[in-house]
Design a protein around this ligand. Structure first.
Ligand code: ACO
Ligand code: ACO
Length: 146
């Protein structure tokens, strides 16, 4: 079922993924988990089954003013618990070659690099993406055993 988040939630989802078309392609009501404090949505993650064994965190984001306080780590632990409870064997997450902090965080949370897709971001996103002074070109795929 197609799900349309409110603007506040969209803003958060677009922090992690700058393409609204791509965000729309993987969201539905059942797969969006939010962290709410005093009625304000501070964080979000989206879980998307890849096959019977693997489920993927398609999007994870924390509102800018609340980043680097441990909430992202908490969301990854929650996503791991949800995926395990649903009976999946592996949890997947993808990021870009320029996402230094995200790569550090995911590996600290037990994800291991399993592959790369060359030029994924230059081939699939209309605008160039830069982070940490680095162009985001290639996709890095990480997985964690559950
Ligand atoms: N080098 C080394 N470690 C780093 C670096 C760096 N440059 N940057 C961050 N880290 C580490 C921190 O030290 C910290 O680890 P520690 O607690 O062991 O010190 C960890 O990364 C950050 O942990 P949190 O505070 O829990 O993370 P945060 O609440 O900021 O959430 C998130 C992380 C979700 C990536 C957030 O920064 C965010 O929303 N960013 C913008 C959106 C985004 O990029 N989302 C991911 C896109 S990929 C996808 O969605 C599948
Ligand atoms: N997140 C984001 N950016 C980072 C991070 C981080 N966690 N850590 C460093 N950087 C960036 C800095 O911001 C800086 O970029 P900027 O100038 O655009 O801000 C850059 O990395 C560091 O640049 P320098 O100061 O020129 O690097 P330095 O003089 O420290 O030399 C080196 C780098 C050679 C890796 C040095 O730190 C070193 O000797 N380390 C120990 C030995 C080592 O690891 N060598 C490489 C092993 S692999 C090999 O030898 C092939």
């Amino acid at each position: 079922m197609r799900y349309t988040p409110d603007q506040d939630l969209y803003d958060l989802l677009l922090l992690a993924d700058p393409s609204i078309e791509i965000v729309n392609s993987y969201i539905n009501n059942n797969q969006i988990y939010t962290a709410i404090y005093n009625t304000k949505t501070l964080g979000v993650f989206v879980l998307f089954p890849v096959n019977k064994k693997v489920i993927e965190i398609k999007n994870i984001a924390v509102r800018s003013a609340y980043q680097n306080m441990g909430l992202g780590k908490h969301l990854l632990k929650k996503a791991t618990a949800v995926a395990r409870d649903k009976g999946f064997e592996r949890l997947r997450i993808a990021t870009g070659n320029s996402s230094i902090g995200q790569l550090a965080l995911y590996q600290k949370e037990g994800f291991e690099l399993i592959g790369t897709t060359q030029n994924f971001f230059t081939d699939n996103y209309p605008e160039p993406i830069f982070e940490n002074g680095i162009q985001c070109k290639h996709l890095l795929l990480l997985e964690k055993e559950l």
